[in-house]
Ligand binder design. Sequence first.
Ligand SMILES: Cc1ncc(C[n+]2csc(CCOP(=O)(O)OP(=O)(O)O)c2C)c(N)n1
Ligand SMILES: [Mg+2]
Length: 321
Amino acid sequence: MQQSPDQIRQAYRQMRLIREFEERLHVENPKGEIAGFTHLYSGQEAIAVGVCENLRESDFIISTHRGHGHALARGCDPRGMMHEIYGRADGLCKGRGGSMHIADLTKGMLGANGIVGAGQPIAVGAALACKARGDGSVAVSFTGDGASNQGTVFEAMNMAVVLKLPKLFALENNGYSEHTGASYGIGSDLKTRTEGFGIPVWEADGFDYFSVYEATEKALDYIRAGNGPAAILATATRYFGHFEGDPQAYRAKDEVKTFRETVDAMKTIREKVTGAGIFTAEELDEIDAEVLALIDSSVDSARNGPVPGEDILMSDVYIDY
Ligand SMILES: Cc1ncc(C[n+]2csc(CCOP(=O)(O)OP(=O)(O)O)c2C)c(N)n1
Ligand SMILES: [Mg+2]
């Protein structure tokens, strides 16, 4: 554990923020006040935070349909995100994006994306911009196990290698693509296949922040040294359904319960940090309480926030965003 206590506190807080943000949305969603589909990231916190804690301000990320965790890990404002999810005028995207289209260009967060696999070519463009700028910045695309089977991902991998782009492929295998198991949907395996494009892969335990952080650190060292793209492959699970409302009949009865009780990302980081004597359980509990209060106030204000008026329907469509 070579990170400073401040870095570890920050990482723990970010992970707790994602966990509580998502667990709370799971409670709020059935109340019917949130329009559209919501895909929750709970269970995968260590991946988004392990990657994003390695990034510089000038770097870019591009997310997926399951984007809240990536956006929070990149530093997007949780209150603005909550308002966005509730479709409020003061949401991060003025209430017109909702859960699946959260973006914040001021944070280098180029957007969640409802089209599976669509983020990767966009990230290739961002990586090309990074290379042209020559400032050492990188573009990161998060890619699920299901998305990894899309042709867009193959094209993006090949183009990133051909153009020797500073691009990190953050591959997240959470075991399912909608209701299809990764072991059924993926021929060969993600590591071998990615390496086949000429991209080195560092594997990580997606439940362990430190494992993801270290794999990402190595991949970014390779990329920032000018070698072209690299990948990390992190394996974890999602705790909730594919979307909110999915009864998960395709999962074994105790599957999620077992993950929660054994390898859970919050449990893992707490055990490691307290075991190494970096923070006490009480100190971590204080962070938890502060995060919970923030989530409470964000939900309260989002539920009561103003909705966008008709007057903004024609703005931010083309050049004025
Ligand atoms: C091009 C396209 N095909 C299919 C879908 C429907 N779809 C939405 S999410 C999803 C599964 C994605 O699985 P994965 O990449 O593993 O991400 P996860 O949901 O596990 O985070 C599918 C097939 C879509 N949105 N876009
Ligand atoms: Mg998946």
